[in-house]
Write a protein that binds this ligand. Structure first.
Ligand SMILES: Cc1ncc(COP(=O)(O)O)c(C=O)c1O
Length: 426
């Protein structure tokens, strides 16, 4: 049995899967699409959601279940659902409670893929999204709400802005406006930050990043705190009959797990953004060292940030662990164990120097990814954002001199030596 008093480090290793005598010690990879039954009634009860056994691996799978349980325990939620990517987790978290004609309010400091989903794709489905600068006051954020607003969305640590969210302000506004606060905790990770303790209602992750941690597998996860009151009149899809399950009402039948059960049994069933059991195995495996990795990612990133601050080739450094960072006080409040592994800095010499730096590192690899145990670098202005004008780049938070480092867990002296030799060539 899981002891609810276990510390996060223990849950990361021992949470989720608890084998009985003679069962495999390690979470097995159940590479099976289907499950065998002895009689029709059992299958019928599964289709009626009267029992929770596995039926088909688009809906659930024992390897998923072990990982889902572990994440839910670490986040302090009532349930979780693993998905095929972080983007799938975000889409599912929103579509589960938001439909055509409704509205999402989101912090403007978001990962580019999420911005694109919100700015381009959700509107095509009839869901409008308004972006608000998270530095605005509670009153200003409240003023962006509409009658149709169904959720407030933000990232624990904005990517790539690296601003730490003011959870107290955002959760107070969400509560007052009677909508759930949905948090992307990808950079926060279930070890460095537990958004439910700070008023969030739903958490999503790109498991592709620190949860996997080794750049092997794409996936995501949605976690439900079980605390939002769906009976407030705005969420009929959770309180009114679902014709696809003979008129079942999710809140009535599943109580605090209504949101996550509906996400699985309705949207995962219908949209099928499901992950391979092998990837869920890799995520579970990654979680077992999450606490150790995040400590080292954070301490290495802080050391790199401090080193860069002193370097004559560097004009600015952006890392929430630095005392001069605009959200340093929020980092101390919400990320006491560390500020994760990503930082950005400005290189003197603009685009040309940025490109040279990125092409001169030897240990640190040019990769369009973060959250890997291996250090990686990206100069967006000459790669991912090259097609934008300089004005468009700046508007999207990417200045021509900006370099993003995802600091890995190699020895800090080797990381710093590589940075220094690359800067020397710029
Ligand atoms: C903060 C954040 N959220 C979501 C995603 C999307 O995740 P995935 O690539 O797994 O779809 C990313 C990807 O970089 C991210 O950085």
């Amino acid at each position: 049995m899981i002891d609810p008093k276990w510390k996060p480090e223990t849950l990361a290793i021992q949470g989720g899967y608890r084998p009985k005598a003679t069962q495999p010690r390690i979470v097995p990879i159940v590479q099976s699409t289907t499950y065998k039954f002895d009689n029709a009634d059992h299958v019928a009860s599964l289709f009626d959601l009267d029992c929770a056994d596995h039926m088909y691996s688009r809906l659930s799978n024992p390897t998923w279940a072990a990982f889902e349980e572990k994440v839910a325990q670490m986040e302090g939620g009532v349930g979780a659902l693993v998905t095929s990517s972080g983007q799938a987790a975000i889409s599912l978290a929103i579509l589960n409670i938001c439909r055509t004609g409704q509205h999402v309010l989101a912090a403007s400091t978001l990962y580019g893929g999420t911005y694109s989903l919100f700015h381009n794709t959700l509107p095509k489905m009839g869901i409008e999204v308004t972006f608000v600068d998270p530095r605005r006051s509670a009153e200003e954020i409240r003023a962006c709400f509409r009658d149709e607003t169904r959720l407030l969305y933000a990232e624990t640590i904005g990517n790539p802005g690296l601003n730490v969210l003011d959870f107290e302000k955002f959760s107070a506004v969400a509560k007052q406006m009677q909508v759930p606060l949905v948090i992307d905790n990808t950079f926060g990770t279930p070890y460095l930050c537990r958004p439910f303790e700070h008023g969030a209602d739903i958490v999503v992750h790109s498991a592709t990043k620190y949860i996997d941690g080794h750049a092997t597998s794409l996936g995501g996860v949605v976690v439900d705190s079980g605390r939002f009151d769906w009976n407030c009149g705005k969420y009929p899809e959770l309180t009114e009959p679902d014709p696809s399950y003979h008129g079942l009402r999710y809140v009535e039948k599943f109580g605090p797990q209504a949101y996550i059960v509906k996400a699985r049994t309705q949207f995962m069933r219908d949209l099928g953004m499901c992950v391979a059991p092998f990837n869920a195995f890799m995520f579970n495996h990654g979680m077992e060292t999450l606490h150790l990795r995040m400590e080292r990612h954070s301490s290495n990133a802080l050391a790199v940030a401090r080193h860069l601050q002193q370097h004559p080739m560097v004009s600015w450094v952006n890392y929430p662990g630095l005392e001069n960072h605009p959200t340093h006080a929020l980092a101390q409040k919400y990320l006491p164990r560390g500020c994760s592994g990503v930082l950005t800095f400005g290189i003197k010499g603009g685009v040309a120097a940025g490109r040279r730096f990125m092409e001169s590192t030897k240990l640190i690899a040019l990769v369009v990814h973060v959250g890997d145990v291996r250090s990686c670098v990206l100069h967006p202005a000459s790669t991912t954002h090259r097609q934008l004008t300089e004005a468009q780049q700046i508007a999207s938070g990417v200045s021509p001199d900006l370099i993003r480092l995802s600091v890995g867990i190699e020895h800090i002296e080797d990381i710093l030596a590589d940075i220094d030799q690359a800067l020397a060539q710029c």
